[in-house]
Design a protein around this ligand. Structure first.
Ligand SMILES: Nc1ncnc2c1ncn2[C@@H]1O[C@H](COP(=O)(O)OP(=O)(O)OP(=O)(O)O)[C@@H](O)[C@H]1O
Ligand SMILES: [Mg+2]
Length: 332
């Protein structure tokens, strides 16, 4: 497939960007290997979109460097950066067919008509939209429109594909099916992707690498499992997944809710503590139990058993966890 193997490495070096008094990017450094699917994860206002815009060239920066491959793209105008973009409000041209929407970027680049045709057909096939090529955007579902946007970004064979919450407007089922498709497409195409999402599960599912951002800084970079199992500090532990901080003498023990056992099962754990039940909720794959331990809320995700189902608010119980499931979040 000729769309394959497009990726170039991206290296962000000590990038700074202020809007007036707001430091939107504070000394951001990030190395994204060629072909990597890298997700920026962070709260609203943490600088994710600003970082994408500086890579795209829509936004200037004050200091630092952005390298694509070996080249500093600082002086390269937007139109000469070979970057594909998909944003949340993917504005397709409403009066143009799917095929013309996808062809647009190539026509702008004045490619020969035959090449445009073959590349457009290839891109449409890649996102499974060949049968829809002659429709107008409004005759497509939201997910199909999203795939047109993706085809339009891929067809130019970008070195880098930037996506800013591209699935934000979609419902959960559609999101999940497009996530699966995105993952397949990334494997097939091999582009370097910088992706922004608010959705932790989406980030964990899609990414080779996740960069957690907070207030314009990158707090931690790692693989999904690396970040989840070994968050560097409390911020990452609570931002990526849920985390309990169990008071223990002078300090606290950080434990994920799925690592906590409740009731009789707790007697076999290394750490065993008494608590009272605050609430018990059935969530399909199990129960979510909220406990009160000396005034601290403790959340546990446990399997469905009759014992758990019978727990009543106010009742005394035990909870426990293994020492190996305690996360070290002592870094600042
Ligand atoms: N054009 C602008 N002028 C002034 N301040 C801006 C501008 N764009 C962004 N900012 C500020 O820079 C900071 C980072 O904004 P940015 O859009 O990068 O956040 P984000 O992480 O993408 O947030 P969200 O998740 O809400 O999209 C915020 O404090 C924001 O208010
Ligand atoms: Mg944003």
């Amino acid at each position: 497939m000729s769309i394959a193997a497009l990726g170039k490495a991206v290296s962000i070096r000590a990038l700074n960007k202020s809007y007036g008094a707001t430091l939107a990017l504070d000394d951001v450094s990030l190395d994204i290997p060629a072909g990597c699917f890298c997700t920026l994860l962070g709260a609203s206002g943490s600088g994710k979109t600003t970082l994408l815009k500086t890579i795209a060239g829509f936004e200037t920066y004050d200091r630092g460097h952005i390298l694509v491959g070996d080249a500093d793209i600082g002086p390269v105008p937007v139109s000469k950066r070979n970057i594909g973009m998909v944003f949340q409000n993917y504005a397709l041209f409403p009066h143009m067919s799917v095929r013309r929407n996808v062809a647009f970027g190539l026509e702008m680049r004045q490619l020969p008509a035959r090449e445009v045709t073959s590349r457009v057909e290839e891109a449409l096939a890649l996102v499974d939209l060949t049968p829809y090529a002659d429709r107008l955007p409004r005759q497509l579902s939201g997910g199909q429109q999203q795939r047109v946007a993706l085809a339009r970004a891929l067809v130019i064979r970008p070195d880098i594909l930037l996506m800013d919450e591209p699935l934000g407007a979609l419902d959960k089922n559609l999101r999940q099916s497009i996530q699966t498709e995105l993952k397949r497409l990334h494997a097939a195409v091999g582009a370097t992707v910088v992706y922004v999402t608010h959705d932790q599960e989406e980030a964990l599912f899609l990414s080779d690498q996740i960069a957690v951002m907070d207030k314009g800084r990158i707090v931690q970079i790692g693989t999904p499992r690396g970040l989840y199992d070994k968050p560097a500090n409390r911020f990452v532990a609570t931002f990526l997944g849920e985390c309990n901080f169990v008071p223990a003498g002078a300090g606290t023990l950080a434990v994920r809710p799925e690592k906590i056992v409740v009731g009789e099962a707790a007697r076999a754990a290394e750490h065993i503590l008494p608590a009272s039940v605050a609430s018990v909720d059935f969530i399909g794959r199990g129960f979510r139990v909220l406990l009160d331990y000396e005034g601290t809320d403790i959340a546990a995700l446990v399997d469905s058993t009759d014992e758990i189902a019978a727990l009543a608010p106010g009742e005394a119980t035990l909870f426990g966890f293994r020492q190996r499931d305690v996360i070290d979040v002592s870094a600042p």
